[in-house]
Design a binder for this molecule. Structure first.
Ligand SMILES: [Zn+2]
Ligand SMILES: [Zn+2]
Length: 155
């Protein structure tokens, strides 16, 4: 699938840009994204107003806010977990965790550039709405993957 069309060359320097709904907040990030996941947790659902959020991480040093810093608001959804959003239009932009200061967890629905990476897994399917059907053939987890990725910040 997809092999027939020219794929973007996803190198370490792939540039992603994103913005909020009102356009006040704009950012630039360098991919590739890590831990790209669909998250059905209650926090992502409530904040996005959607069935689930799709999130991916970049290194903090590879993220740059281009405009709208004064519009950024944060909500601490659980201790040390800060969800950043636009105070003017409400778009969810990214999340930061005190335990992972080196990572920015982007809310990928706000990207303006597309990305050519696979969704790696689904998390918090135990919290999904009944209407959310799991049809993709990717690993799904009731909460988060265990072992080495347990601290992935996948929500
Ligand atoms: Zn906005
Ligand atoms: Zn989540």
């Amino acid at each position: 699938m997809g092999e027939s069309r020219a794929r973007k060359d996803m190198t370490e320097s792939s540039v992603l840009t994103g913005s909020c709904l009102c356009g006040g907040i704009r950012y630039r990030a360098e991919g590739p994204l890590s831990l790209v996941a669909r998250c059905h947790c209650i926090f992502c659902r409530k904040q996005s107003g959607a069935e689930f959020a799709t999130n991916g991480s970049v290194e903090t040093e590879h993220f740059k806010l281009l405009s709208g810093e004064s519009l950024l608001r944060s909500f601490e959804s659980s201790p040390g977990e800060m969800r950043l959003f636009c105070g003017q239009c409400g778009s969810s932009i990214f999340k930061r965790s005190e335990t992972k200061p080196n990572l920015i967890r982007l809310r990928l629905g706000c990207l303006d550039t597309d990305f050519d990476q696979r969704i790696e897994f689904r998390v918090f399917t135990s919290r999904k709405l009944g209407i959310s059907e799991i049809t993709e053939d990717i690993p799904s987890f009731d909460t988060v993957p265990t072992a080495e990725t347990s601290d992935s910040g996948s929500n």
